[in-house]
Ligand binder design. Structure first.
Ligand SMILES: [Zn+2]
Length: 275
């Protein structure tokens, strides 16, 4: 993959605004995830994390993508309006935030339809990009992305530059991510051992080193990589971590030949380049 205008790497900032829905959707795994502490942890995202993130993005004039499940769009209309009014992309992150691998074709199709209908109602538009909840896919998920004409997915991890997945109807662009560029494996700790995706509480300095190292590596390789940072406002919105994110932005800003853009812009460009 070759980016235009001598660009060495594409960069996008993405935020999965799960809110308390992520905890409620895990009640089936462990009923305690519905307890008031877990739910309040989820509330931190839309209430505190998102305003801090928006302020930071405004300060550095960066347009990002917020993947918001339908249930959270309904629960936090003011937060969603603020994100939308500041011209960030809103990506599709399911309606119910249930792991698609646990759903049948009919169940997941219904979830897509419910979510897409809500998008139309709230944004008078459709979403173009998809990120799976729970970073998992069912056997039927790719077929549904094709059926509903999504332009890109940013869940898969097959390479570190954009690639095309040829489907029956569409050539869907994949903007690959990786666990190391996801804040959850570094910061997503919960007190219940049965918590899926259990992580340690990592120092933000270690995470800075990992995130900066991958950015520098992609830049030096100059292979047309894409740097997809996946963050959750309930985790990255904490005081020490948001400062770390700011430092990372400042570091990136020293390189004129990188392209920080909404993922839909990167996907459209990749579509042109990869045919
Ligand atoms: Zn999520």
């Amino acid at each position: 993959m070759k980016w235009p205008r001598s660009i060495r790497s594409g960069v996008c900032f993405t935020f999965d605004v799960d809110g308390p829905l992520i905890w409620r959707s895990k009640i089936r795994v462990n009923p305690k995830f519905g307890n008031p502490v877990c739910v309040s942890l989820g509330e931190f995202g839309p209430n505190i994390g998102v305003p801090r993130i928006l302020k930071l993005l405004r300060q550095y004039d960066i347009k990002a993508c917020f993947f918001i499940p339908g249930g959270t769009i309904e629960e936090y209309p003011d937060m969603v309006k603020q994100v939308f009014d500041e011209d960030h992309e809103i990506g599709f992150h399911s309606y119910s935030h249930v792991n698609p691998a646990d759903l049948t074709y009919e169940q997941e199709k219904e979830d897509f339809e419910k979510g897409l209908e809500l998008f139309q109602k709230v944004f008078k538009d459709r979403p173009y990009g998809y990120r799976s909840p729970a970073a998992d896919m069912g056997d039927q998920t790719w077929g549904l992305l094709d059926e509903f004409d999504f332009v890109y997915d940013t869940t898969m991890m097959g390479t570190d530059s954009p690639y095309i997945k040829q489907m029956k109807k569409n050539k869907i662009v994949v903007l690959p991510m990786h666990w190391m560029l996801d804040d959850w494996p570094h910061f997503g700790w919960n007190m219940y051992p049965s918590f899926p995706y259990q992580a340690n509480l990592q120092s933000q300095e270690t995470v800075y080193e990992i995130w900066k190292g991958e950015f520098d590596g992609m830049y030096e390789l100059d292979e047309g990589c894409v740097y997809v940072l996946c963050m959750h406002p309930q985790l990255i919105g904490r005081a020490s971590r948001i400062r770390m994110l700011e430092r990372l932005i400042q570091h990136m800003r020293q390189f004129p030949d990188i392209w920080i853009a909404k993922p839909i812009e990167l996907a459209r460009e990749a579509q042109k380049a990869l045919g």
